[in-house]
Design a protein around this ligand. Structure first.
Ligand SMILES: [Zn+2]
Length: 440
């Protein structure tokens, strides 16, 4: 008998590996935060003695979900301005509210609220873009969630920085403060081609190369963005980024609703990554990302919720379902995005985009134990013919029962172990009262 920290016996294990297997009556052995074995439960019971054992006769164990595009702290603006177009939403609602309200305390509470929601829906890693990335990183570390914290850069002054150079300097200091952290990594996060000029984008290209970190940017989000870019630069934004040298395996292009065939070839040839945010795109009527075509062209496509102010939730199970349904509707083809591809987008493809696929994104021996238990023994998901179909098409996030990140049990039977849920709800309510009263 081998001694391990944790043994989980489950009705199904969905590892999200080559061939998309569904393993029946399998177990996962975890030791020192890593997966040390995945094997049939009968063998596991003979081979391993664990300090803690979990029996999940009606559950599936899946890799932790990866939300590859968030603005976590914007959870405090959830429902503040809905049912309007992107530029109206940004210019007349979000940017003024941010100028007035965003500070360290706002980001602290907003990030806690977002992380609590993400953990409660099975997300174990997120890629963020927001002000005070140092605060978001510290909250993530405290909550025990993995995060790739975006070092935001934008031309105009905000409470976080006064100039593009100051954003860059502060971003590099944040990167240094998380060096060698087990859970927190960083990427550059220039906001968008229309809010960041060439000089800072060129600096980002060379710093990202030196620091060996990705660059995430909102790109080709709407047709309006392309029209304005053509007027200003006589170039489509992707073309401009390509001329600057940013289109590379380090690029994480978020949205990409406007794509020509030649641009899909450029993305595929360069090894760039795309993040699809279907619910945000639908809500702002931004357009449709041609996910099926991108995947067939060999582009790595990950999935993100975007911020809670444009979605309005951070539910990756719901996002998978929307992505799968939308791709079929847009392509007029029910085979455009099968459930298992939607699950790959929400797990291993996100890990690949963030350069974390050696650690997370699938359940494999040697990877860190980022594991989510989902209860299928409910009315809503009975009966189960295919656990992957059930996960994508029927399952709600309230069916996520337990979450481990790097082997740490961060949600136990739907209770967060590292965060105080009552306190987070109280603080979020206090912020909404303040924002509501002052805005009247
Ligand atoms: Zn966004």
């Amino acid at each position: 008998m081998k001694n391990v920290d944790t043994l989980m016996h489950a009705r199904w294990v969905i590892p999200v590996t080559a061939g998309n297997p569904r393993l029946s009556h399998h177990s996962i052995a975890v030791h020192d935060g890593r997966i040390v074995d995945i094997l049939p439960t009968t063998h596991a019971r003979e081979q391993f003695a664990a300090r803690t054992t979990f029996d999940y006769p009606g559950h599936a164990l899946i890799p932790g979900l990866i939300n590859t595009h968030t603005h976590a702290a914007m959870s405090l603006f959830r429902g503040l301005a809905d049912d309007i177009a992107l530029m109206d939403w940004l210019q007349n609602h979000i940017w003024p509210a941010e100028a007035k309200w965003v500070n360290e305390e706002f980001v602290q509470t907003g990030a806690e609220l977002a992380i609590a929601e993400m953990l409660r829906s099975g997300t174990t890693c997120f890629n963020d873009m927001y002000f005070f990335p140092d605060v978001t990183g510290r909250v993530a570390r405290k909550a025990g969630i993995r995060a790739c914290v975006g070092l935001i850069v934008i031309d105009f002054p905000t409470v976080w920085a006064g100039s593009a150079d100051e954003y860059l300097d502060k971003g590099i200091a944040v990167h240094d403060s998380f060096r060698n952290d087990d859970l927190i990594t960083t990427c550059f996060a220039p906001h968008a081609p229309y809010t960041v000029s060439d000089a800072p984008l060129e600096k980002i290209r060379s710093y990202a190369h030196e620091m060996d970190i990705p660059v995430t940017i909102h790109l080709h989000e709407t047709a309006h963005e392309i029209e304005e870019a053509m007027k200003q630069n006589a170039m489509r934004p992707l073309q401009r980024l390509n001329a600057i040298g940013l289109v590379s395996p380090a690029l994480i292009a978020v949205h990409m609703t406007q794509l020509e065939a030649a641009e899909i070839e450029i993305l595929a040839g360069s090894g760039s990554h795309v993040v699809h945010c279907p619910e945000s795109n639908l809500k702002l009527a931004s357009g449709f990302c041609p996910v099926g075509t991108l995947l067939r062209a060999g582009v790595n496509v990950a999935l993100g919720t975007d911020g809670a102010a444009s979605n309005n939730d951070l539910d990756m199970l719901g996002e998978m379902r929307t992505a799968a349904l939308l791709a079929k509707g847009v392509a007029g083809n029910p085979e455009a995005l099968p459930a298992e591809d939607a699950l790959r987008m929400a797990t291993i493809n996100g890990a690949r985009a963030l350069g974390l696929d050696d650690k997370t994104g699938s359940l494999e021996i040697g990877k860190e134990a980022d594991i989510v238990a989902v209860n299928f023994d409910t009315i809503e998901t009975s009966p189960v013919y295919d656990p992957v179909s059930q996960l994508v098409y029927s399952c709600g996030r309230e069916q996520v029962s337990d979450v481990w990140i790097a082997g740490r049990h961060v949600m136990k039977d739907r209770v967060l172990t590292q965060l105080d849920e009552q306190d987070i709800r109280d603080q979020a309510r206090d912020w909404s009262r303040k924002i509501e009263t002052e805005d009247k």
